[in-house]
Design a protein around this ligand. Sequence first.
Ligand code: ADP
Length: 274
Amino acid sequence: MRRTVVIKIGGGAGIELAPVLAEIAGMVREGSSVVLVHGGSAELDALSHALGHPPQTITSASGHTSRRTDRRTLEMFEMAYCGKVNKQIVEHLQRGGVDAVGLSGIDGAIWRAERKGAIRAVEEGRTVMIRDDLSGRVTGVNATLLGSLLELGYMPVLTPPALAEGGVAVNVDADRAAAATAAALGADELLLLSNVPGVLRDPADPSSLIRSASEVGAEAVAAAAGGRMKNKVLAAEEALLGGVRRVVIGSANGATPVANARAGAGTVFEGAMA
Ligand code: ADP
């Protein structure tokens, strides 16, 4: 049986979509089974500014930051992720001869999520409780729907939000959603491609790449990963725990980023983590 590869392309600034999508289209035309997951944070930031509701972050007591997702932000989130970015990617892939189908996690309840309860946040040194945030984490994947699409020759292109209890759309981390998807589909490989070459010991120094996560150990990798890299490392670990054989955090740029990542360019997670 063909094993599926799940590829997540970041939504950060500085990612060139055309080359990576042309490469993926080539793989699919040659018979590979691929599920693509994407983000859209840079587009959402731009849209939020344009529509007069600038991005806000929540800082937890432990220092973790996330996007404040109120109702208005969720609406703009859907415009940016499910609208502009998703359709742009589908258009590229269709032009490349691939029958891509763009869906969000709420379509067909592809991603079920658990909504975050009250969030204890720190604002200007004071602790506040935020109760209306529309965010959560993926707890279930509709593998039947994705498997059927793949079986029929369609390529799913997936993006947050996900569907929480009561049919509420919530913002979820796309890297971790990709990990859950890879695990649910029994994928062989998960590639998390973004605007950096992998997990860097020093984020300011591209030559400080950690090549093998298994060799340096989970703690060292987690200690190096700051900011938004934290979720990618968490996603890699969740995918391995879910039975995915290999995860690579690598660059989305260059002429052949997928082949590069599959050849081990980036930070490779394999087998049990020390
Ligand atoms: P995405 O493209 O998936 O949205 P992000 O921009 O969210 O990706 O995540 C990658 C970002 O993580 C990098 O741009 C960088 O600013 C940040 N980062 C923090 N710590 C590290 C690290 N140790 N190595 C690489 N990147 C890091």
